[in-house]
Design a protein around this ligand. Structure first.
Ligand SMILES: C[S@@+](CC[C@H](N)C(=O)[O-])C[C@H]1O[C@@H](n2cnc3c(N)ncnc32)[C@H](O)[C@@H]1O
Length: 383
């Protein structure tokens, strides 16, 4: 992959940008082919050829007129084969530094570019925004998130950089990122709730189905166990027909992951776990099974271990959705609500540190609950 980059004059800004670039693209210093200066951008230089990714410095905010600003953006865009990471204002800055100018939100400018597919604000440092704009076309997978929905959800999640990364991982490794919009909030939340370095950690994904989170956590150094009881095996040759339900043997994608095809209530963990997470699964099992699961979570986690749950609720209520694959599994009153889950988790020996509901998720019929709890001591016996 070829990169072209402009340098930032402000050192703090440059450090922030370099950290962001390494998060997004790895260590690119060796692959930067051209460091372009303003002259090269303004007066097209035959030596400056196209790059896969163009990383812009703060030159854009130094353009003295709206025309010069738009030309600069167009020139950066023209030089990029795939993407531009641009540093600019997305709202009027409180303090405009000497020699800097603001004309309009950068995301509005970028939205008018030809061939733009996905665009998200992946970082903010003081008044400046870092926007990653892409030309890459949609994968064509029937279940893959559309570019419009990606753009929409990037503005909704609290973790747009993690969303960008997990969408890329999902598409590269699984062929799709689920076009189920709450997932664009749930996966980044799980990833943000765990340390960056997971060396020595053992984690379990309960009801993993087909999702990119185990792959990203294995990349962080964790041993990951996935458990899913679905009868349908997801085999690589059929990837075009996958959705997020089913049993995938993740070890075929990453040897740090071990996958078990069985109901979680019948699973014995091979190790004491540091974290158990379950994304949009526990609301799909009957309340009796849920209570058994919560006891198992407490038994399998070490003292201080972390439990992360996300759950679908009926919109504008705290009622757990009582459906699994389109069928009601029990009555709503038998199934219970979010406060019942919180009580069950506390009663099983957890401290609930976070519990909140995301309402009004775009293009979704459900609201989503997020629960983070920590296993109180002493060390439990494995069951
Ligand atoms: C809605 S999908 C969610 C998949 C994945 N967690 C995700 O984030 O997209 C629910 C998954 O839970 C699995 N599941 C349901 N009941 C289960 C059980 N008792 N034990 C293990 N997995 C179960 C299903 O097979 C399905 O793959």
């Amino acid at each position: 992959m070829a990169f072209a980059a402009q340098n930032n004059r402000d050192l703090g800004e440059r450090r922030y940008r370099d950290a962001l670039v390494s998060e997004l693209f790895g260590n690119v210093t060796d692959s930067i082919l051209q460091v372009m200066d303003l002259t090269a951008l303004v007066a097209p230089d035959p030596d400056v050829t196209k790059s896969d990714i163009v990383i812009s410095g703060e030159e854009l905010i130094r353009q003295p007129s709206y025309d010069a600003y738009r030309d600069h953006v167009a020139r950066l865009w023209g030089l990029a084969r795939d993407a531009v990471l641009i540093c600019a204002y997305d709202c009027p800055p409180v303090n405009l530094p000497p020699g800097a100018f603001y004309f309009e939100p950068i995301t509005r400018t970028l939205a008018r570019l030809p061939n733009l597919t996905e665009c998200s604000v992946v970082g903010k440092h003081r008044d400046l925004c870092y926007v990653l704009a892409r030309k890459r076309p949609h994968t064509g997978h029937a279940r893959d998130l559309s570019p419009d929905d990606f753009n929409l959800m990037s503005a909704v999640t609290d973790h747009p950089l993690l969303l960008r990364q997990v969408v890329d991982t999902a598409r590269e490794r699984l062929g799709f990122f689920p076009a189920q919009l709450p997932r664009a909030i749930e996966y980044p939340w799980v990833l943000a709730s765990l340390p960056q370095n997971l060396a020595g950690w053992a984690l379990a994904d309960v009801g993993a189905g087909v999702n990119p989170v185990p792959l990203q956590l294995a990349e962080r150094g964790a041993a990951v166990y996935t458990v899913d009881g679905h009868h349908q095996r997801r085999d690589l040759p059929d990837q075009a027909a996958w959705n997020e339900w089913g049993f995938l043997d993740y070890s075929s994608l990453d040897k740090r992951i071990t996958s078990f095809q069985c109901p979680f209530e019948e699973w014995s963990s091979p190790a004491r776990l540091d974290c158990i997470y379950s994304i949009s699964v526990i609301e799909h099992v009957p309340a009796r099974t849920r209570r058994r699961w919560i006891q198992l979570f407490a038994a399998q986690l070490r003292a201080g271990g972390v439990l992360l749950l996300t759950m679908d609720l009926f919109a504008e209520t705290s009622l757990l959705r009582n459906f699994s694959e389109g069928m009601a599994i029990e009555t709503e009153s038998e199934h219970g609500d979010l406060s019942a889950v919180v009580d069950e988790v506390r009663h099983a020996g957890f401290e609930v540190g976070e519990c909140w509901v995301k309402r009004n998720v775009p293009r979704s019929r459900v609201d989503t609950a997020f629960l983070r709890a920590v296993r109180r001591g002493p060390e439990p016996n494995l069951v």
